[in-house]
Design a protein around this ligand. Sequence first.
Ligand code: GLU
Length: 453
Amino acid sequence: MSREKVPTHDEFMSGVEKRNPGQPEFIQAVYEVAADVLPFIEEHPHYNELQLLERMAEPERAVSFRVTWQDDLGNIRVNRGYRIQHNNSIGPYKGGIRFHPSVNQSVLKFLAFEQTFKNALTGLPMGGGKGGSNFNPKGKSEFETMRFCQAFMNELYRHIGEDTDIPAGDIGVGGREIGYMFGQFKKITNRFVGVLTGKGMDFGGSPIRTEATGYGAVYFMEAMLRNINQDLEGATCVVSGSGNVAQHAIEKILHLNGKPLTASDSSGFIYDKDGIDLEKLQFIKDLKTTRRGRIAEYAEKFGAEFHDGGAKPWSVPCDFAFPCATQNELDIDDAKMLVSNGLRGVAEGANMPTSADAIHHMQAARVLFAPGKAANAGGVAVSGLEMSQNSGRITWSEEELQRLLKQIMNDIHDRCARYGQVEGEKEYLDYVKGANIAGFVKVAGAMAAQGVV
Ligand code: GLU
């Protein structure tokens, strides 16, 4: 083994950029991890000899396929489907499926890359993958959605399996879509196995999978605060998004006596000065899960402010921010505004919602910052527990799963804290660095043991 010199960040990234033209999201995700991992590799040269970060920056397999389906008017429609099988060193590929017009190979490669580190942080035996389609679920009828899910599975089924690759939900894919895809997988293969997670409770789903991502993000915030003898009691919280993750982040904030003030969708955000309570939250759940309406309806119903034009809620003064919508929704200007308004902490419920310069600005102001790969890992962790229950053909109780989720989030906190020490700081931890290095060490160890493959 020769490679003596660890590349600089610039050298490493210029190779990544050359190999992935036109893929800004993927390059951004690798850039952020490499910034923390390369200095660590400098201190542990055997990782360099085995070219482990270089290998991790390349998905093991990327499948792209045509999805053809028919809409309610009889028109033939064509979409593109993908599955990125990023890394299976510590377990079968695992990660969600996203249906959104913005989906392309760059977005899914970034998500699959992040997923590999996230899944490693959970401590469960899951590799990383991600899939999806540029299909836009907005405005589609129930039957159009079903036909699309079936058409998508007509190709996907040959790439997945309960011991190979286990997809789940993500943006645009919830319990309904998982049900349709599971039904089609079963129809094609004549096998009832745990090949997807996030299933309905009547056919192998796990208690609290729906709640897990949002609850987990708030548990992670609680763990960071506990570490410095603080809590969420009475704290104002700004949440973006209004889907599954945002809804359950709001719910857990309420359980812990915090005050959630906002929710958003692509049309804008609502700001409820009195706070969103459990009853108002139920309205958001019905609005977004059953009726599939716009968030402005909340403002009309409860007399809250509505800021339109796709506005983000970061101008609202708060103690804590929970970006739970999508990637790159919080930039440097937002970060400056939040910090000047007295922000104390951020936990990312979405994947890569915050830009790198925004993170650095907040960390420089000693804001506690939990990156998505740590803070939103509760969702995939409960997916891992769903896989275990399916393999054993059993169902664990809700109490047991609640306990396990909390335990897993606390363990992820401690793993990040271990590698997140900052020189010259007694109390303040760099959870971004901690998550990147802890995830890398686990995956790299497994890859090293399994040889050059
Ligand atoms: N899509 C979710 C995530 O970003 C969940 C993945 C899963 O449950 O497999 O982690």
